[in-house]
Design a protein around this ligand. Structure first.
Ligand SMILES: C[S@@+](CC[C@H](N)C(=O)[O-])C[C@H]1O[C@@H](n2cnc3c(N)ncnc32)[C@H](O)[C@@H]1O
Length: 222
């Protein structure tokens, strides 16, 4: 599975434009409210710490849908060889401004060209929920193939049954995207079907910024 075999989401341009519009507010909210800042969320931080400890020394780590680079920079600080990539060029402008010592690039998860067995770790940290339901398995298969044996994926996503159409986000900015929520067992099954072995799951209740969530860590078997 290479990026050339991944279907292009029909709404990709609209989703990109929407994230470009919210990017400045998003970065501001991370700084001022702690939203998306793992340092202020002990269980999310524990998950990312466990991921970092697990993949350290295995190879490069790619933070797909890195937004303003909060987690990318955290992992770099912890000594990982990490880079971030995001669909939104404005998100990446903010990431580069905030963390000039880190490496960032602009791309959709559906356009990535990743060598087989080239990564020690890959993140889809609250960044895969806009992918249409039929496209997510293709992206997970790309990630699985790109991981070295023993390499790990960590991903967080929104839990539920519905496809929630958003028309505003992050401080009332007009957007147009769909949040595809997943039942945990279905989401974990997709990860298994991609060829990865789930090693940990964390369920999160709704909080002031978000509905219920799920974090899954999975390994490419040796
Ligand atoms: C809720 S933000 C999370 C950002 C970051 N991971 C964090 O935790 O702060 C979702 C991010 O996913 C990105 N995104 C959405 N669809 C994407 C795609 N197809 N490829 C790459 N990034 C995408 C958005 O641009 C946005 O930056």
């Amino acid at each position: 599975m290479g990026a050339d075999q991944i279907d292009r989401p029909a709404d990709l341009d609209v989703v990109r434009e929407s994230y470009d519009r919210v990017a400045d507010n998003y970065a501001e909210m991370v700084a001022t409210t702690g939203m998306g800042d793992i340092r202020r969320h002990p269980w999310l931080k524990a998950s990312i710490d466990a991921f970092a400890d697990t993949v350290r020394g295995l190879g490069p780590v790619l933070d797909v849908g890195c937004g303003p680079g909060t987690v990318t920079a955290y992992l770099a600080e912890r000594g990982l060889d990490v880079s971030g990539v995001d669909l939104s060029s404005r998100m990446i402008e903010n990431a580069r401004r905030l963390y000039p010592h880190c490496r960032f690039s602009v791309s959709s998860a559906t356009d990535l060209s990743l060598e087989e067995a080239s990564l020690g770790g890959v993140l889809g940290w609250w960044s895969l929920f806009n992918l249409p339901r039929a496209v997510l398995p293709q992206v997970l298969a790309l990630f699985a193939r790109a991981l070295k044996p023993g390499g790990h994926l960590i991903t967080g996503t929104h839990v539920g049954d519905e496809d929630a159409v958003r028309t505003e986000a992050y401080g009332g900015v007009p957007v147009r995207w769909t949040t595809h929520k997943w039942r945990p067992e279905r989401f974990v099954a997709l990860i298994e079907q991609a060829g990865l072995r789930p090693v940990a799951e964390l369920r999160l209740p709704a909080d002031e910024f978000s509905g219920p969530g799920l974090v899954v860590m999975a390994e490419r078997p040796a």
